[in-house]
Design a protein around this ligand. Structure first.
Ligand code: UDP
Length: 238
């Protein structure tokens, strides 16, 4: 058993996670909460054991990605709710990959939810709560210095690779990967995948029934929220 670095001060508290520094400046401890928010925190609640499920599911996905050659901030899971991660300088751009039309894309472009896209679409959003995370062009990210052109190219390539790896893995488990959001950061000059990958940040539909097994059950008051998170974990643990 490797020794776990000591948890020092909490330096960041987000909607779903708290981050703690450690004596090693290159390592942080992420603590996964049960708090759930939607619509930029205008809707709030809790999802029982969400933190435990998201921590474990992120571990499984990050391990799968690392095995497939995608570098991530994941070091190891410490316990039910804590994960040891590399400390990234986060790029303030959220990258969304879509395989089917859903959510804001359906709304913005007047398309039916569930429409299959002929090829994956990569979108960028500026990570800024005061502005409600607006959709941006890569050119905006470059113009305002949020990422360099080279970093965006890397982010695009990695996001599409993640889509292939997770899409295939989930397909084998009867799940459609509709869309998902990724965050990237810099670590000693390299771009690594950060944040978490879980039902909060992805849309997962059952392939046979198209039942939603993700945070849309909370956002849209569909019920069976906890059950959906548990069911997703069961499927990916198989
Ligand atoms: N997403 C996320 N955080 C955000 C916004 C979106 O994790 O702040 C995820 C969301 O769960 C979905 C994908 O990104 O899997 C695309 O979300 P969309 O733009 O459709 O926005 P939404 O309808 O969720 O507001």
């Amino acid at each position: 058993m490797e020794t776990t670095p000591e948890k020092l001060e909490m330096f960041y508290e987000g909607k779903a996670k708290k981050l703690y520094s450690t004596p090693d400046p290159d390592l942080v401890i992420a603590y996964f909460k049960d708090d759930a928010t939607a619509f930029n925190a205008k809707k709030r609640g809790t999802i029982e054991d969400k933190g435990v499920i998201n921590n474990r599911m992120s571990e499984l996905f990050f391990t799968l990605l690392e095995r497939s050659g995608v570098k991530t901030h994941f070091v190891r899971r410490i316990n039910d709710r804590e994960m040891l991660c590399k400390r990234l300088q986060i790029v303030p751009v959220e990258t969304v990959v879509r395989n089917l039309v859903a959510g804001s894309m359906a709304k913005r472009l007047g398309r039916e939810e569930g429409e299959q896209l002929p090829r994956p679409v990569v979108e960028y959003y500026y990570k800024n709560d005061a502005l409600d995370d607006p959709l941006i062009l890569g050119e905006h990210a470059i113009a305002f210095g949020w990422a360099t052109a080279e970093e965006l190219k890397t982010i695009d390539r990695l996001a599409l690779r993640v889509n292939e790896i997770l899409g295939l893995f989930l397909d084998e488990r009867g799940i459609l990967l509709v869309d998902f959001k990724l965050e990237f950061g810099r670590y000693h000059g390299e771009i690594l995948l950060g944040d978490e990958i879980c039902p909060d940040t992805c849309r997962f539909w059952d392939k046979a029934t198209r039942k939603k097994l993700d945070k849309d059950r909370f956002r849209r008051d569909l019920g069976d929220v906890e059950e959906a998170y548990q069911e997703m974990l069961r499927r990916v643990e198989k």
